[in-house]
Ligand binder design. Structure first.
Ligand SMILES: [Zn+2]
Length: 370
């Protein structure tokens, strides 16, 4: 069983430590999105320097290239990527069910590679096998994304996800019985924005022999607090909870942590960085805007990342306007640091008992008009 120590809890929020075979994760924590075993535009050294504790790769992308066998041959994801720290893999379900010509049956999903058209079939069993080969510390169960946001489609996807979870758990334990190093399985709680489905899914997942939970599927940020207030009290308190794909907007990190989520991942911060959309404590700015052409101040004076400590806004503006690769690197360092540090600050304020004051002052400044 994955060991998760809770140091402090207050209502649904908690501060803890997840002990993985590749090291500890102090939670709440933001997990870097390393979809193809790399965080776009950043080296693993830069990830360590900006304070990242863990990365999350995507099984769908890794089985297409370089293949799960090759990652296994390298000794697993942490060794292959030279990250060496705690790792997660998402099952790839979200990406596969977003493909245009995916064929879904009770057995699994048939799809073609978006790279070269090769045919693949992913089943709950094959997803577990591939994730064991990729060798992340924490795996996500294979889930089905709903066809639409309608109640019937959400219910159907949730029920199939539950049946697939049973198969994932069986296959995971079969693989674990002969493994040299332990790897751990999280169930996925589905149900969209429908609180009755979320409650049903949380109850189902809570009853399974899994190490933690991914809160996934499709849902709207506006209803996230109520959704988490429905799901988290049902889940066993002593197992970690990962909020899948949320964290582009800082408010989601506050709402997630306050309502019982321990880890977060999101491709948004680095994707926005590559487009020049950069976080500051006064909201996001587009550094390509002409008003930054002569602005020789740091991007965010309060930030101690490599970008803000060493470079100014006019220089970043110039790098983006001339399409220099360094623009994307510096911007990604800052945005990834910003979300990682924000969650680390949330942890400190939860420990100090000053979370509500921090939340009010941060969000009041970041979203002045709301
Ligand atoms: Zn910075």
């Amino acid at each position: 069983m994955l060991i998760f120590d809770i140091i402090k809890s207050n209502n649904l929020a908690r501060v803890g430590v997840i002990h993985t075979p590749h090291g500890d994760i102090e939670t709440p924590a933001f997990v870097g999105a390393a979809t193809r075993a790399t965080v776009k535009a950043l080296t693993m050294e830069q990830m360590r320097m900006l304070g990242s504790q863990a990365i999350l790769a995507n099984t769908y992308h890794l089985i297409l290239a370089p293949g799960a066998d090759l990652v296994q041959e390298a000794g697993g994801l942490a060794e292959f990527s030279s990250w060496h720290g705690p790792t997660f893999t998402d099952s790839g379900g979200f990406q596969i069910f977003s493909l245009p010509d995916v064929k879904i049956s009770e057995n699994g999903a048939k799809f073609k590679s978006h790279i070269d058209g090769r045919k693949f079939e992913m089943t709950p069993e094959s997803s577990m096998q591939d994730q064991w080969k990729i060798g992340a510390d924490i795996h996500m169960a294979f889930d089905q994304l709903a066809k639409s946001e309608k109640y019937g489609d959400m219910k159907e996807a949730m029920e199939r996800t539950h049946r697939w979870l049973d198969r994932c758990v069986d296959e995971h334990h079969r693989l674990a019985s002969s493994a040299e190093r332990m790897q751990y399985l999280f169930a996925i709680v589905q149900g969209g924005d429908f609180l009755d489905l979320r409650a049903e899914s949380a109850k189902y997942c809570a009853g399974k022999d899994v190490d933690g939970f991914g809160i996934g599927g499709v849902f709207t940020a506006d209803g996230m607090d109520k959704m988490l207030q429905t799901v988290c009290p049902i889940l066993p308190e002593d197992k970690p909870r990962h909020l899948l794909g949320m964290g582009q907007e800082p408010i989601d990190l506050f709402v997630g942590a306050e309502n019982g989520c321990d880890t977060f991942d999101c491709v948004g911060p680095t994707r926005m960085a590559r487009n020049g959309s950069l976080y500051t404590l006064d909201g996001r700015i587009n550094i390509k805007n002409a008003r930054f052409k002569h602005d020789f101040t740091p991007l965010m004076p309060e930030c101690d990342c490599e970008c803000c400590k060493n470079y100014n806004r006019a220089y970043l503006h110039h790098l983006f306007k001339t399409d220099e690769i360094t623009a994307k690197v510096l911007a990604s360092i800052h945005n990834e640091h910003f979300v990682t540090k924000t969650v680390a600050n949330i942890r400190e304020h939860l420990l100090a008992g000053t979370f509500q004051e921090y939340k009010k002052s941060f969000l009041g400044r970041y979203y002045p008009n709301s």
